[in-house]
Design a protein around this ligand. Structure first.
Ligand code: HEC
Length: 225
């Protein structure tokens, strides 16, 4: 009995060695290799439902040519290598995406020259910058908050309408109080239906990531840049 096991094991080992294909097939080469170091700020607002990606773009900015998913980086910085970036790619960006749809770019850099291996200069990635707040969160609100009267959450108007502005319905509260997410009425409106008697908690597009982003932005001082 013991011997037959040894023989079978031996046969298996032999056939495994004999099966060929031990070395990976040579990959067909296309495009460039782009190397970049990213420095992250506001890592608590790292997306979980949305995706943070390194992307390359050509003339059509809505459709990335290549993407590389960036996993949460607690170190604050990291060096990344994107392979097979086509020669028609003109920019590299750090982008927020929603199910492969582009939401916004946090930073971008032009690709130039014709080398195959490119090292870009370091890029700062501010995860709580205001254009992300506008494009990821407030662009969901403008159907109701972009018309005549009431609260304007459109680009160019949203910041001044919110930061250090008292609520019209609860004048003792600020809509956004820099540094203090728990005192900012906008968070109450979006998370607590009982407290405000509005239906914001049922907005189907609103994700937990959006609330986290708003809180982290307020905590970091609710800056406009
Ligand atoms: C379906 C329409 C609708 C959508 C979408 C909507 N809201 Fe509202 N919102 C209202 C109404 C109605 C009120 C109460 C009246 C008012 O203050 O304009 C209100 C009130 C508010 C208030 C309180 C204003 C105050 O002065 O007290 C805030 C803050 C707010 N909304 C934020 C948002 C944000 C952020 C979004 C997007 C994530 C959003 N709303 C999406 C309809 C909407």
């Amino acid at each position: 009995m013991k011997y037959s096991f040894i023989i079978i094991a031996g046969l298996l080992a032999f056939s495994a060695c004999d099966s060929g294909d031990i070395y990976p097939k040579e990959e067909e080469y296309s495009g460039r290799n782009v190397n970049v170091t990213l420095h992250f700020f506001g890592v608590n607002a790292w997306p979980e439902e949305y995706e943070l990606k390194l992307t390359s773009f050509g003339d059509n900015e809505d459709t990335p040519l290549t993407t590389l998913l960036l996993e949460k980086n607690d170190e604050g910085s990291g060096t990344y290598l994107m392979h097979n970036v086509p020669f028609e790619a003109k920019n590299i960006a750090v982008s927020i995406m929603n199910n492969r749809k582009w939401v916004c770019n946090l930073n971008e850099q032009q690709l130039s020259g014709s080398e195959t291996n490119i090292s870009l200069s370091d890029m700062n990635v501010n995860l709580v910058q205001y254009n992300r707040i506008q494009e990821q969160v407030f662009n969901q609100c403008t159907a109701c908050h972009g018309g005549a009267g009431g609260l304007y959450l459109t680009e160019d108007k949203s910041y001044d309408a919110l930061v250090n502005k008292a609520s019209s319905t609860h004048p003792d509260k600020m809509l956004v109080e820099p540094g203090l997410p728990n005192s900012s009425f906008i968070i109450t409106v979006l998370t607590d239906a009982q407290a405000t008697k509005t239906n914001h908690t049922t907005l189907s597009s609103l994700k937990n990531d959006d609330i986290t982003l708003l809180k982290e932005w307020i905590k970091a001082g609710a800056k406009k840049e």
